[in-house]
Design a protein around this ligand. Structure first.
Ligand code: TA6
Length: 309
């Protein structure tokens, strides 16, 4: 069983525009797609889509929280959330023909110490039925900055595989507990090391620094250029075929879902990377967030080229 943790869940609203976004004007949205969001719930939906056992946990509250749970139920994802008094946030993804995707992410309402404590108790209980834990996304206000470090420590004490996909201080603190795998994208890697990454060599240099922190698997997602995976002193570079992306939001989360499946199955690094890139690329072909057409996965898998650097 894979347990996905989403501490800052969201109702994701994808607005498809007919033409380019024009600031300062009134624009009619051609199509709206709403989904249970926050990175960890995209991860959970993709794992379900891959046909694997998954349960979602995290913090949700208010009318938005109830709506999120109803959306997740329609996705067929079992959930066991800690309820909060505050409303679950919304995140908007504006899709237009010129700029692609522009995301507007609300910060999330304050969570109380008592609600955090209730979640921690629930999380420890869920670990008993879990093999792989994924921790994804930002932290809502009110949670301690070392929240992920605590959750990783408890999961590792219980002998679980732990994947951390976050950014900023929350990610920095989480690293201290040495999660099994981390998956920053290039922007997150630049921000973490406060540097500018221009070349693949630069990316490799900073990815190795993460590996040197004692992280067993370091995956760097590179968008249309695929991803790098560092493990046991080896570096793998996987590339997808060129595609015309429809909606790239949730691609990183889709990769995390696939990586959780691969690690849970004991797949070798090359197989893990190939599967993760195929699932992430399939997500980019779907207008929905954290979703893909299994038929796309079938033709993509043989097209993913993985080489040892
Ligand atoms: O990666 C896409 C996404 O999960 C969106 O679905 C939206 O929920 C956003 O990221 C949330 O990001 P955050 O870092 O605030 O957890």
């Amino acid at each position: 069983m894979i347990t996905t943790v989403t501490l800052n869940a969201a109702i994701d609203k994808a607005y498809q525009l007919d033409g380019p976004l024009v600031r300062g004007t009134v624009m009619r949205v051609k199509e709206v797609r709403q989904s249970a969001g926050g990175k960890g719930l995209n991860v959970a939906r993709v794992i379900k889509r891959c046909g694997q056992a998954v349960q979602a946990t995290g913090l949700v509250g208010g009318f938005n929280g109830a709506y999120l749970e109803s959306l997740l139920k329609k996705d067929g994802v079992p959930a066991c959330f800690t309820e909060t008094a505050s409303e679950t946030r919304s995140c908007v993804n504006i899709l237009d023909s010129t700029y692609g995707s522009t995301e507007l992410l609300e910060p999330g309402a304050e969570v109380s110490q008592e609600e955090w404590q209730r979640f921690c108790d629930q999380y420890k209980a869920l670990l008993n039925e879990t093999t792989v834990v994924t921790l994804s996304g930002s932290l809502p206000k009110g949670l301690p900055v070392d929240s992920y470090r605590l959750l990783i420590e408890w999961a590792k004490e219980a002998g679980k595989v732990v994947i951390l996909d976050s950014s900023g201080q929350a990610f920095q603190e989480g690293l201290l507990a040495k999660p099994t795998l981390v998956k920053p994208n290039q922007d997150e890697l630049e921000a973490f090391f406060n540097t500018k990454i221009e070349t693949l060599e630069d990316t490799l240099c900073y990815a190795k620094k993460l590996a040197d922190e004692g992280i067993s698997y370091v995956v760097i997602s590179l968008g249309g250029e695929g991803a790098l995976l560092l493990h046991d002193g080896k570096i793998y570079h996987g590339c997808p075929p060129k595609i015309k992306p429809v909606n790239t939001v949730g691609c990183g989360d889709s990769m995390v879902g696939a990586l959780a499946i691969g690690l849970g199955r004991g797949d070798d690094p090359e197989t893990c990377l190939r599967y993760a890139i195929a699932v992430g690329t399939a997500n980019a072909l779907s207008p929905a967030t954290g979703d893909f057409d299994p038929a796309d996965l079938d033709w993509l898998l043989p097209e993913i080229r993985v080489r040892l650097l």
